[in-house]
Design a protein around this ligand. Structure first.
Ligand code: NDP
Length: 457
């Protein structure tokens, strides 16, 4: 196997090299795990109040560097500046939310005969976090914050394309006063650093976000050690529009639900299912909304969509729009350097088309029709994914029935929200395993210990 020792980080909007980052090998990964293992012995002993205080200081450090972090992500990942500011703010908020957790990590006292029974939520040890390139900052924080709050230490591998914000977050953690080696960021190849974290016997848990194919390999690797694993994988989410919906609002918001982050979003509503009786009207309303999207330099405040992450991703996305593809209409994209791809609407499109069945992870949406509620649920549930979805209707009963009928972890009615730090996030079926965020996230980073104290002589 060839191991790269360094990686040229590229701005996807200009194709210019931004900087070069050293890549770790297997031996360095083992060293990092050993350091994190030693740090765990002291970090777990830090009092809950002090662990909370340190996480709050980390959150404050992020808050003090929001603009710097956002600009780094604009350059490294091509995110629009508006999105990047939200993402840096999300990291701050996630750290702040979980800073309250160490002092609330309650066990139970369970009534039993002959004594007192207590449960403790014990930290696991070293947690390996493998992050993708689509939302480098928030996804890192969704694992780092609860893992550290629960008393674990973390070795984090960012995606090769996007290591810069993770490296900066590790510096900010030290500036906040977190002890050395409690959070280690280790850039490297997935098949080297990532795989070693999965295989290393002293890494007690893996949090993986990325493709379903690699997620399955990660899960199989974890099985060898019965290692705990959380998986956040792909999606092919449906945006279901019923005839009784506010069609103007549904059509005006649909482009952002799929083209945000240039469609490189596991929650992208990349299938729009429209009730047949309003299909023509919906398409009439959708066209100006798509054509009106500002696809431009992501550093501009007006930018609504930036480029794809890489040439490889551009080639992949292009393969879903071959010559002769049923393109209904498209938006614009800049010419010249950068991995630009215009927002693209496919309709009418065959339900068996790859663009309908596979995760495109680019700004391509397929619009299909359905007849009635049962048909809508059947179509929404087609395929192996089950991450997110939206339901547009004015009928409250239908909204709830369809929400219960769709097999997905994150649904929104008359909106497109998926992620809030205070609510659980994750997928059904092959979209993942376990939940991140929300009030229960800490339990994914602890094991329950039961202790019985005899009180009878
Ligand atoms: P991957 O699943 O390959 O990458 C995600 C992360 O896993 C990266 O950090 C990667 O490292 C790492 N990795 C790769 N191979 C291994 C391995 N064998 N063991 C441990 N870690 C590994 O996604 P891609 O970047 O290849 O993207 C391909 C497609 O996957 C996208 O087009 C999209 O459809 C889907 N995807 C979905 C995401 C989601 O949020 N659901 C996120 C990213 C991708 P490295 O950077 O070195 O490759």
């Amino acid at each position: 196997m060839t191991i790269s020792t360094s990686y040229d980080v590229v701005n996807p909007a200009t194709e210019q090299v931004l900087t070069t980052v050293a890549m770790a090998d297997t031996a360095e990964t083992d060293l990092a795990v050993a350091r994190a293992g030693r740090a765990f012995e002291t970090w777990r002993q830090v009092s809950p109040a002090d662990r909370g205080r340190l996480l709050r200081r980390f959150s404050e450090q992020v808050d003090g560097h929001l603009e710097e972090l956002a600009q780094l992500e604009v350059g490294n990942a091509g995110h629009t500046i508006g999105n990047a500011r939200w993402e840096a703010g999300n990291v701050r908020d996630v750290l702040n939310y979980f800073s309250a957790a160490p002092e609330r990590l309650f066990g139970r006292q369970i009534p039993v005969a002959g004594g007192v029974d207590l449960t403790f939520h014990e930290p696991l040890g070293v947690v390996g976090v493998i992050v993708p390139w689509n939302f480098p900052m928030p996804i890192a924080s969704w694992a780092i914050a609860p893992a550290l709050a629960a008393g674990n230490t973390v070795v984090l591998k960012p995606a090769e394309y996007t290591p810069l914000t993770a490296l900066r977050l590790a510096e900010l953690a030290l500036d906040a006063g977190l002890p050395e080696d409690v959070l280690i960021v280790l850039p490297g190849e997935g098949t080297v650093v990532g795989q070693r974290l999965v295989e290393h016997p002293d890494v007690r848990k893996i949090v993986f976000t990325g493709s379903t194919a690699v997620g399955k390999a990660v899960m199989a690797g974890c099985a060898a050690h019965v290692k705990r694993v959380t998986l956040e994988l792909g999606g092919k989410s449906a945006n279901v529009v019923f005839a009784d919906a506010d069609l103007e609002k549904a059509a005006a918001t649909a482009p952002y639900a799929v083209f945000d982050n240039a469609g490189q979003d596991c929650c992208a509503r990349s299938r729009i299912l429209v009730q047949r009786s309003v299909f023509d009207r919906f398409m009439e309303l959708l066209e100006p909304a798509v054509k009106g999207m500002r696809v431009e330099d992501p550093a501009l405040d007006t930018s609504q969509m930036g480029p794809l992450i890489s040439q490889r991703q551009w080639d992949r996305v292009s393969s879903y729009v071959p010559d002769g593809a049923p393109v209904a209409f498209r938006g614009d994209a800049p010419d010249g350097p950068g991995f630009w791809f215009p927002p693209t609407v496919l309709a009418p499109v065959d339900a068996a088309d790859r663009a309908v069945t596979e995760e495109v992870f680019g700004p391509v949406v397929a619009v299909l029709t359905f007849e009635d509620e049962a048909d809508a649920v059947r179509l929404a549930n087609a395929g192996n994914y089950g991450l997110a979805g939206s339901i547009w209707t004015r009928d409250l009963g239908r909204a709830l029935r369809v929400s219960r009928g769709i097999e997905a972890g994150n649904l929104s009615v008359n909106s497109h929200s998926s992620v809030r730090y205070a609510t659980p996030f994750g997928g059904f079926k092959q979209s993942g395993l376990g939940r991140e965020l929300g009030p229960d996230a800490l339990h994914a980073f602890t094991d329950v210990k039961n202790v019985f104290l005899a009180t009878e002589g």
